[in-house]
Design a protein around this ligand. Structure first.
Ligand SMILES: [Zn+2]
Length: 288
């Protein structure tokens, strides 16, 4: 298992904000001490060009990153946030290259990306890592890419950017009604939403995940990009999900069994158990 991370992503914080550097720092520490799963550590690839980012975002998103004002009440400005966001994208692109090379890979970075829309940073997200990387995959030869988003919140930004994009289908399983209050229904010809009522029992939630995975399989993708959020966990403080660590194992295992190259990027997940949830998922991906 290759894990892509970079120390710089733990160097900024807003006091009291749940999207905290310890999410990555504690997970890195945990993965370095465990002995069950061999890990190859890697850094993000080279700096990302504006051209690659601007396939997904309007130019104003890049200029706004340099303006020292909070983006919204959830999404603070940080000094050098532009560099941090671009480094997270670089890690995502490195994950794509690694997956194409036939290796199992996880990008353990922040900031997350799936709420950032074409024109707006929001919801802890500045640049949409998964959408930028999916468009890069298409620009470099992929013909059928599936994007799976199992974060407990709807990947509204990813949907906004990939809506009706040829060569992509998007599958998002999320709590609804909940932030960001989108994703109640399918959108366009390629965005499929699987809303789950807050407080839904675990087995019902898992059946919804299985349904989405079945639909994804029917698309016959050649590559799968995964927005891996761990906030549908039963003890996550930001949502009312019901999943356990073994469900994240099952997700990783189910993806592996599809037999299609895939890469995963960290989105949400705010409980202190996050390192164990990611570990369970990675073990499923490796079939350990
Ligand atoms: Zn989330």
């Amino acid at each position: 298992m290759k894990i892509i991370t970079d120390e710089r992503c733990t160097s900024y914080l807003r006091t009291g904000h749940p999207e905290h550097p310890r999410r990555v720092a504690a997970t890195t520490a945990f993965l370095k001490t465990q002995t069950e799963l061999p890990v190859i550590w890697a850094g993000p690839g080279e700096n990302v060009s504006d051209e690659i980012i601007l396939r997904a975002h309007a130019p104003e998103v890049l200029t706004r990153l340099a303006r020292p004002e909070d983006f919204d009440e959830d999404t603070p400005f940080h000094e050098n946030i532009s560099t941090f966001a671009r480094t997270s994208v670089a890690a995502s692109l490195e994950a794509l290259r690694t997956a194409r090379n036939g290796e199992n890979v996880f990008s353990l970075m922040r900031p997350p990306g799936h709420h950032a829309t074409r024109t707006k940073s929001m919801g802890f997200c500045y640049l949409n890592n998964i959408a930028i990387t999916t468009l890069e995959a298409l620009a470099t030869g992929a013909k059928r890419v599936a994007v799976l988003d199992f974060d407990v919140h709807h990947g509204n930004g990813t949907e906004d950017i990939l809506l009706n994009q040829r060569g992509v289908e998007f599958f998002s399983i999320h709590e609804h009604p909940s932030y960001p209050h989108t994703g109640a229904e399918n959108a366009g010809h390629n965005c499929f939403n699987y809303p789950v009522t807050p407080g839904t029992p675990r087995l019902t939630y898992r059946a919804k995940l299985a349904h989405a995975l079945d639909d994804l399989r029917s698309y016959r993708p050649e590559l799968i990009a995964v927005s891996a959020g761990f906030d549908a966990y039963v003890r996550d403080p930001l949502a009312e999900g019901s999943l356990l660590a073994e469900d994240f194992y099952w997700l990783g295992e189910s993806l592996r069994k599809l037999g299609v190259p895939f890469f995963s990027l960290l989105e949400g997940g705010y409980s202190k158990d996050l390192p164990k949830l990611i570990f369970a998922y990675l073990k499923g991906v490796e079939g350990k």
